[in-house]
Structure formats: C-alpha cells, structure tokens
Design a binder for this molecule. Structure first.
Ligand SMILES: Nc1ncnc2c1ncn2[C@@H]1O[C@H](COP(=O)(O)OP(=O)(O)O)[C@@H](O)[C@H]1O
Ligand SMILES: [Mg+2]
Length: 222
C-alpha cells in the first residue's frame, strides 16, 4: 500500500530513459527547480556519470537546487540517507545505458517519468525500461507508478498515428502536459538556470508548471 501523500516524508521522482537526448536532465533540473519555487525542500540526484546536472548546478546561482552525485547502483540505499525530518522531494536525473543503475533507481522511485521524443523509435526504445518497471511493480503492489512524458514536441503538431500506436502498446499512462521544442530550455541551462527564472511568463515555464501540477496529481492518485 502507498502511504498517503501527507504522511510520507520523502517523494522520489525519477526521469529515466535508456536514450541520450530524450530530455532527462532538462526535465529533472526544471522540475526540481519548480518544486523549490513552490516552496518544497528538494534535492536533485545526478545519477549519470556524465554529470550534466552537476555541471548545471556549478554554473548556477547560490540559491538554486542542491545537486548531489550518486552514480553507483547503491542509489536506492543512498537516497534514504537524504531524508530529513520534514517533507523532502528527491528528483533523480537518470543514467542512460546502465541496467544496474536503472534497477536501483526504480527501486527508489515513487514515480518514474519516461521522457520520449515524439518518434516511434524513441517510444520503442523504452521497451526494456518498461519491462524492468513492470517486474518491480509486480513484487511491490504497483510501486513505482510510471508514465510517459512527451519531450521536445514540435508546437501545434499532433502526435502521429505511429507514435500514438507505439505508446498504446505499452499500456502506460501518457502525461497530458509535455515539453515542446523551445530554445529557452538550452539557453537557460547554459547559465545554470531554468525557464521559470529567465522567462517566467514564457511557454517553457508554463510547460514545466503544468508538468509539476500533473505530477502532484499522480502522486495523490491511489
Ligand atoms: N524541450 C526542449 N526544447 C529544446 N531543447 C531541448 C528540450 N529538451 C531538451 N533539449 C535539449 O536537448 C539536448 C538533450 O536534452 P537532455 O535534457 O540533456 O537529455 P538527456 O539528459 O536525456 O540526455 C540538450 O541539449 C537540451 O538542452
Ligand atoms: Mg542527461
């Protein structure tokens, strides 16, 4: 059984995909920062040995999100040491390619979001990841919850039949909110920032706020 959202002290949200370039680091940094802007205590765990989230933090202002690097497959145990007495969110920027890291991250996560670019190839590439998540859900009565998150969509373009079909094959929910291809994401990341800080009224900031709102809804669903 899941603990009620108000009783649980730590929520772990992981962005995972085996593919590089899917948008994991962009989403993890932006979602972590948005949670912080909403008043939450949040830590960003960089599990990718490439250290992009750590590079992002190194370029950023003092009051941004704390980033810790945990790039060993003991992540599920290591994350427990990050708990404090109050409520805390842990956002994990996933490591591509390492199955051991993926398994350990799935063990730690309450929710796994799988960013996919709107191409059937990207969706099909999630097959192994979805199998690992399913295997875990079977032994835990459904934890972690998981969903696809469309990343880098071209604005005002409908998803093709092929993409919709590929997504349906997996029988996982698909977030209604998504990111579209916007230069604000890389531009803000290059100075260790986020769209909510550099262009709070822009479309990218709106997209991230919508994703965080949907994430909160998902956590509350039984
Ligand atoms: N919605 C977006 N619009 C424009 N560029 C994006 C978007 N999301 C990610 N990018 C860019 O695409 C590249 C890959 O994204 P990244 O978040 O690093 O993916 P991953 O961590 O999965 O490898 C980066 O250069 C990033 O700035
Ligand atoms: Mg990355």
């Amino acid at each position: 059984m899941f603990l009620n959202i108000d009783e649980k002290l730590m929520y772990t949200i992981a962005f995972l995909s085996q593919k590089g370039g899917a948008g994991k680091t962009t989403l993890a940094t932006c979602v972590a920062r948005q949670l912080q802007l909403e008043g939450e205590d949040v830590i960003l765990v960089d599990s990718d040995p490439q250290g992009s989230a750590r590079d992002w933090r190194a370029a950023s202002e003092k009051d941004s999100v704390v980033v810790v690097g945990v790039d060993r497959p003991t992540l599920d145990k290591d994350i427990k040491t990050l708990s404090n007495n109050g409520k805390r969110w842990v956002v994990v920027d996933g490591a591509p390619r390492s199955e051991q890291m993926t398994v350990s991250t799935i063990k730690a996560a309450d929710i796994v979001l799988i960013p996919v670019q709107p191409s059937p190839y990207d969706v099909w590439a999630a097959e192994d990841l979805v199998s690992i998540i399913r295997a875990r859900q079977e032994v835990t009565d459904g934890k972690p919850k998981a969903a696809f998150l469309i990343s880098r969509a071209i604005k005002r373009t409908e998803l093709s039949k092929e993409v919709v079909g590929a997504l349906e094959d997996f029988e996982l929910p698909v977030f209604v909110s998504k990111t579209t291809q916007l230069v604000t994401y890389p531009k803000s990341a290059s100075i260790g920032s986020t769209p909510m800080d550099t262009e709070p009224d822009g479309n990218a900031a709106k997209e991230i706020r919508a994703i965080v709102a949907e994430l909160r809804q998902m956590l509350q669903q039984k």
